[in-house]
Write a protein that binds this ligand. Sequence first.
Ligand code: 57M
Length: 357
Amino acid sequence: MLYYFLYPLAKHHTFFNVFQYISFRTIYAAITALLLSFVLGPYLINKLKVLKFGEVVRTDGPATHLSKAGTPTMGGAIILLVVTVSVLLWGNITNINVWVLTFVTVGMGLIGFIDDYIKVVKKDKKGLRARIKFSAQVGIALAAALMLYFNNIETLVAIPFFKEAQIDFKVFYIPFTVLVIVGASNAVNLTDGLDGLAIGPMIIAAATYMLLAYLVGHVKIASYLHIMYVPKAGELAVFAGAMVGASLGFLWFNTYPAQVFMGDVGSLSLGGALGTLAVITKHEILLILVGGIFVVEALSVIFQVGSYKLTGKRVFAMAPIHHHYEIKGWPEPKIIVRFWIIAIILALLAISTLKIR
Ligand code: 57M
């Protein structure tokens, strides 16, 4: 909105020119989101406590988790609020891509909120029934995929590390988009099982897509790097910047020992946002690297369930994989920080594909 109202004032004073720059607005979107999280965080966490929105911890998990019972959850609502306010302030809200990304983020957040509400307030451990939850996620992702497809999103998909390798998905780009968005949303949800374990790699992944959005949306840089130029995608850097700021602000409270958990309202929405960023910036396959931690967590569940069904044997002591290391005796902060380190390495590797092709 600041862009909308203040940039036109550049006619009167050159200072207002800064509001046209995506780089400037991205930085201030991140700072605004971070500061808002610091200011609103303690108040909202207290509110969650008063409302008795406390975590119900499962008793069949690692025993160290039992002491976490009652930790306020649904803190993801703070992230959603802060990202939305910051994007409204600093983003160009006439940009279609910003709308699609906001739609997926808020839509997935709503599904997560209903799930959390049933678990935490209605005290029904199962939450939203899996089939309904999954169908709703697919519905949101499909709506986004259709909006993008009919707004002429490029259906060519680039293969990382290969300069000329591109596959044209044509109309199959629609189910592919759904797969990326729903997959990312659920993978982040599965990762969110230790203090700061999901939000750390989320900061790193959002920062990476912030950079990619800026690069693909800049006609000269995209041509220099020989990457796909995506008109109107640069604006997503502002959104990703707000995600980085809000996630850093959340980590302040979610770091071990956590004062708050994000709940499904946080994990499903952030994951959905990440998947949508990957799609619109046309770096879909690269998400496997950028969100490598989320991919490995999801794969560990697939292998565990698959192996158990086929052979009756487990691959890990417990899936998702962070539980495996807990059972092996690694202290929680060690697992978390090591996963963050791996996420940083993977993000650097992903960025290097801009040159190594
Ligand atoms: C989310 N939720 C956490 C918190 C967070 C198919 C199966 C693999 C599904 C999986 C599952 O249910 N995943 C969904 C996992 C839970 O956290 C809440 O959920 C929100 C995210 N959705 O924000 O509100 C617990 O995680 C801990 N936590 C922290 N710090 C945080 O910052 O310590 C969360 C955030 C919290 C807290 O203890 O209560 C969760 O783990 O439940 N299921 C599992 O993960 C279960 N795995 C399993 O059954 N494995 C089997 C098969 C099915 C693969 C196997 O290995 O054989 C494990 N989870 C638990 N106990 N809690 C095992 C049993």
